[in-house]
Ligand binder design. Structure first.
Ligand code: NAD
Length: 486
């Protein structure tokens, strides 16, 4: 495999830096290529290009012209589907089927969805009475915020990046993206797509690098960035918020979670196992909306645990490009160390290990990859680290509960508030409990079912603001009121 060069995309050109760092493939840790590390000068150049583009042809386009261009971006991603699937699979090590069915199609769809939103959204107007009887008309217009800094995580690189870049561009902004240092591939490809369909230079820029004292910190501190949207860990969000305070620049944050799954004894067991099996293990547990703690009503507890064990053990780790692969590796050797440290903590804190708890035997080169076993624990108190802290691995703790009030209190006893998934055949209870869990999204008898028009975001320390559908416009545009005396 010839090592690739992951360069920045600034003002419509691919540019390199003198400093680079290695990108390794998670499945076997083979060298995939070198990522160019952006410093102050690359960030300065990207922000300057983005500011200039606001004043160029992009800033003068009609909504219809922008919408047409964003449809072309989506179509070009679809035309280069195989390249995107391969790049994302190499970067994350997750199964090809997941790239083909979810990550890449959703990445393309994000451009069309927000193009449609901006085309169809109404603006408000108010007639007001005036003493002379003639009245006045107030009407609102939406204008772009300007240059948006987009800071992304590694767990769903294209999907989460376009979830921000799609609405930002639809609203007429320009962007400087800082992809995760773990996953440079699809952001780089998106630069090629932008050029191929004729998005004006400087509208979409990418600067690679790390967070602190690197591209991420330089971008978020940059005075030329008008607003910052970020997905990642809560403590990184806190650092970015401090940077954004200088210039009181708005932020939109999608942060960590420690989401509870709740299963009542009257639930459809097969459906609950299917849903919670995905919630715990999909993407090797590296999904912010995943479920690392499950509460099961006592009469169903033993059967549920036994069925989840079967589910976990049915997931076959393997080469991401093989059809039969059900489980990918963790993103990096460093993350593997973190997840395994929690596996050790669970043991030390007295967990019963229902399944997993270690590293699977992998054949050939795959033995060098970042593999861990899907793991289920029981028997820990609510104070245990693996019940409290976000691990971001393929693991979950299952405990019994006796009453509705008890399980609501347990689900809410966390500083996070991203999502929950509730399983029951009692509709009244489903609605009642869902409304009482302090989260941005509550699923009933489902998980990860997303209508992109709905508000998405976290309560408590899981985020700030809501994105999705018209809610994205709150962040990516500024509303101005014009008052006309008649
Ligand atoms: P992370 O916070 O470590 O990194 C995210 C991005 O921030 C990276 O690009 C990184 O380089 C950058 N960064 C780090 N420090 C920075 C700083 N001081 N200034 C500016 N940028 C900085 O997160 P991660 O490990 O990439 O992603 C996993 C986390 O993301 C988990 O906590 C997960 O729950 C969360 N997440 C949340 C959502 C959501 O929608 N709420 C979605 C996906 C992931």
């Amino acid at each position: 495999m010839e090592p690739k060069q992951f360069r920045h995309f600034i003002d419509g050109e691919f540019v390199g830096s003198s400093k680079t760092f290695e990108k390794r493939r998670p499945s076997d840790n083979a060298l995939l290529g070198y990522i160019h590390e952006g410093g102050k000068s690359e960030v300065d150049a990207a922000v300057a290009a983005a500011r200039a583009a606001m004043k160029g042809p992009w800033g003068k386009m009609t909504v219809d012209q922008r919408v047409e261009l964003l449809y072309k971006v989506a179509d070009e991603i679809t035309r280069r589907f195989g390249d995107f699937v391969q790049a994302e699979m190499d970067d994350t090590g997750q199964p090809k089927s997941m790239m083909e069915h979810a990550m890449i199609p959703r990445g393309a769809a994000n451009f069309k969805i927000f193009a449609d939103v901006i085309k169809n959204v109404p603006a408000e107007s108010f007639m007001m009475a005036t003493p002379d009887g003639a009245g006045a008309l107030n009407y609102a217009i939406r204008v772009p915020k300007g240059v948006i800094g987009v800071v992304c995580p590694w767990n769903a690189p294209l999907l989460l990046m376009t979830w921000k870049v799609g609405p930002a561009l639809a609203c007429g902004n320009t962007v400087v993206v800082k992809p995760s240092e773990e996953t440079p591939g699809t952001a780089t490809l998106l630069g090629e797509v932008m050029n191929a369909v004729g998005v004006p230079k400087g509208v979409f820029n990418v600067v690679h690098g790390f967070g602190p004292n690197s591209a991420g910190a330089f971008l978020t501190a940059h005075k030329g960035v008008d607003a910052i949207t970020f997905t990642g860990e809560t403590r990184t969000g806190a650092a970015i918020m401090k940077a954004a305070a200088d210039g009181i620049r708005p932020v939109s944050f999608e942060c960590g979670g420690k989401n509870a799954g709740i299963v009542f004894a009257d639930a459809d067991l097969d459906a609950a196992i299917e849903g919670l099996g995905r919630a715990a293990f999909l993407n090797c547990g590296q999904i912010c909306l995943g479920t690392e703690r499950i509460y099961v009503e006592r009469p169903l507890f033993e059967r549920f645990v036994a069925a989840m064990k079967v589910k976990a053990e049915s997931l076959k780790p393997g080469d991401p490009s093989d059809k039969g692969t059900g489980l990918g590796p963790l993103i990096s050797a460093e993350h593997k160390r973190k997840v395994l440290s929690y596996y050790e903590k669970a043991k030390a804190e007295g967990a019963t290990i229902v399944t997993g708890g270690g590293v699977p035997q992998m054949p050939g080169e795959l033995a060098n990859g970042n593999w861990v076993q899907p793991t289920i624990w029981t028997g820990l108190p609510e104070t245990a680290s693996v019940v409290r802290e976000e691990i971001f691995g393929p693991c979950t703790h299952i405990s019994p509960f006796d009453t509705e009030d008890e399980v609501i209190d347990k689900a809410n006893a966390t500083e996070y508030g991203l999502s929950t998934t509730i399983w029951t055949s009692n509709l009244g209870r489903a609605h009642r409990v869902a409304a009482k869990i302090e989260v941005g999204i509550a699923w009933i008898n489902s998980w990860f079912l997303r209508d992109l028009r709905t508000p998405f975001g976290g309560s408590k320390q899981s985020g700030i603001g809501r994105e999705g559908g018209v809610h994205s416009l709150e962040f990516y545009t500024e509303m101005r009121n014009i008052c006309v005396k008649l």
